[in-house]
Design a protein around this ligand. Structure first.
Ligand code: ADP
Ligand code: F6P
Length: 504
């Protein structure tokens, strides 16, 4: 049986994720590279800066020679080589829009009524996961750590094992893992669970996700033996062993805090505050996704200004959304619903000189995003369910003066770490969210500072480098355990050591 020891040292990292950190867009003179959006890329990108390795992922396109050239140029300029996986339109519809985002995404966010369990989607999930596995096998060197990311690729290890890649396969699950009462609806539930057990290490965002995964194993993979060792669990099945842990993902705190401290960002933040005529600014920043609770948030803001006329002309909600998954009809419907709701609130309550809700529907450059974080008195982050939610952490890291208030959904993974400093809310409880905004507007500066310091200290400490190291240090737990067969193999992933700084 394969065994695994991970420890810090000098092995190359081979990252496999659905998306590359860049996506192809149409430029006026042909395809161009643009940064991909979403938390996975924000989190992993800093790890690549001073780290040699390979990143395998989808370009968002079908095979095009120009795209391969663009990626080769990019790879020559950076320490990380980008290796593309392509999909044609039919595969994209069935693998990405279909199985990934009409089955797994809603189900794993507890929204089972939105699922479309089309049997054809499963077949494409398997064939595209095999394609990623083949690409990884072709790129892998004997001592690499192959680190697969996120729900699209839960079956990649099975493909790799079939191709004879026997060592050092790790998986991190960026989104929530549902409990058995929800997971049981998945027609391919046993297949997904046993595919995950083909990895040597499986990481989740929170202890709740890990607990749900283990409960599902108990119910659907009866032969799995589960024992605990230290902070982790060991899952033994005949011929294989998997370490399972909770590893809450972080951000590069230093990068956000330093960026937000920049004079241009501070000036831009002041200008934004002036443009909003000195009103208290409540900020929402999200990918346009139904899991983010944007209509529910707008309803809470509407109730706030309806029930507190004293706040008229004194408060504005700035809602920034980055377009996402636009091929999927539900995302188009959500966009229309949000636009209707924003215009309804502004039409009903707005006055000359006061726009209650400002709506921005585009991707922002990092300095502009930081200026919004700095300008906002209150961040209103209310997903209905979220694996982690990095926006909450980015907002706090950017509050270099230690002021501001974070209102956070209790259903975001980040709530497990940030509950002491944030105001936690149930995003479905419209009145409670409205009152939380009201309390935030009244919070004295000393309390803001005390809470924000706690938040920032934790986000700074539990940053992205610590996340990587704790994930890659599963060696201790494996070394302490006694695999039934096979020798341990040392994995060393410190090629890219960067010390977390403390700029704030
Ligand atoms: P998810 O992974 O579901 O998208 P996260 O909150 O974890 O959710 O991550 C979202 C990421 O996308 C953050 O890093 C955030 O800065 C970025 N982002 C969100 N909206 C925008 C926007 N309009 N422009 C640029 N970046 C954005
Ligand atoms: O974490 C959730 C996630 O699916 C990530 O895998 C991805 O980076 C992000 O959301 C954006 O989604 P998409 O790749 O579908 O645009």
């Amino acid at each position: 049986m394969r065994g695994l020891v991970m420890n810090k040292a000098k092995h190359r990292m081979l990252i496999v994720s659905n998306r590359l950190p860049v996506t192809i867009e149409d430029g006026s003179e042909g395809p161009v590279l643009a940064p991909s959006s979403g938390g996975l890329v924000t989190a992993l990108r800093p790890l690549l800066r001073d780290c040699a390795g390979v990143w395998i992922g989808w370009t968002g396109t079908d095979r095009l020679p120009q795209v391969e050239r663009l990626l080769d140029d990019y790879s020559r300029r950076s320490s990380f080589a980008l290796k593309p996986v392509f999909m044609n339109a039919e595969e994209r519809a069935s693998f990405y829009s279909g199985f990934s985002n009409e089955v797994l995404w809603p189900l794993f966010h507890d929204l089972q009524s939105r699922c479309n369990f089309n049997p054809g989607y499963w077949d494409t999930h398997i064939s595209i996961n095999r394609r990623f596995a083949e690409k990884a096998a072709a790129e892998a060197q004997p001592s690499d750590l192959i680190w697969v990311h996120d729900y699209h690729l839960m079956s990649v290890a099975t493909g790799l094992r079939k191709l004879g890649i026997g060592e050092r396969l790790a998986y991190f699950h960026h989104i929530p893992f549902p409990g058995p009462d929800i997971f049981e609806k998945l027609p391919w539930r046993e297949e997904i669970l046993t595919a995950l057990l083909d990895f040597d290490v499986v990481g989740f965002q929170t202890l709740r996700d890990r607990r749900n995964f283990v409960s599902c194993l108990r119910q659907f993979v009866k032969e799995a033996e589960i024992t605990s060792l230290g902070d982790h669990l060991i899952i033994d099945e005949p011929g294989r062993r998997t370490v399972v842990g909770a590893f809450p993902i972080g951000i590069d705190f230093e990068e956000f805090a330093m960026g937000a401290s920049h004079r241009d960002v501070a000036e831009r933040a002041e200008q934004l505050a002036r443009d909003l005529t000195g009103n208290r600014i409540v900020l929402g920043v999200d990918r346009l996704d139904y899991t983010k609770g944007i209509p529910e948030r707008l309803a809470a803001f509407r109730l706030l200004i309806e029930t507190h006329p004293d706040l008229h002309r004194k408060i504005s909600l700035v809602q920034v959304v980055v377009p996402s998954r636009e091929d999927i009809p539900e995302y188009g419907e959500l966009k229309a619903q949000i636009q209707r709701s924003v215009s309804e609130i502004n039409g009903h309550f707005g006055e000359p000189g006061w726009v209650p809700v400002h709506y921005i529907h585009r991707s922002l450059e990092r300095p502009e995003l930081l200026a919004y974080y700095r300008a906002a008195d209150i961040a209103l982050i209310t997903p209905l369910k979220d694996g982690m939610n990095l926006v909450a952490k980015e907002y706090c890291a950017s509050r270099v003066n230690n002021d501001g208030v974070l209102i956070l959904s209790e259903f975001a993974g980040a709530a497990f770490q940030l509950h002491r400093g944030a105001i936690l809310v149930n995003p479905y409880h419209t009145r409670a969210v409205a009152e939380a905004i009201r309390s935030a507007t009244l919070m004295p500066p000393a309390e803001q500072r005390s809470r924000m310091r706690k938040l920032r200290a934790r986000i700074r400490r539990e940053n992205i480098y610590r996340w990587r190291d704790s994930f890659c240090q599963c060696d201790e737990i494996i070394a302490e355990s006694a695999p039934r067969e096979a020798a341990h193999v040392a994995i060393e992933v410190v090629a890219c050591r960067k010390k977390p700084g403390n700029p704030a």
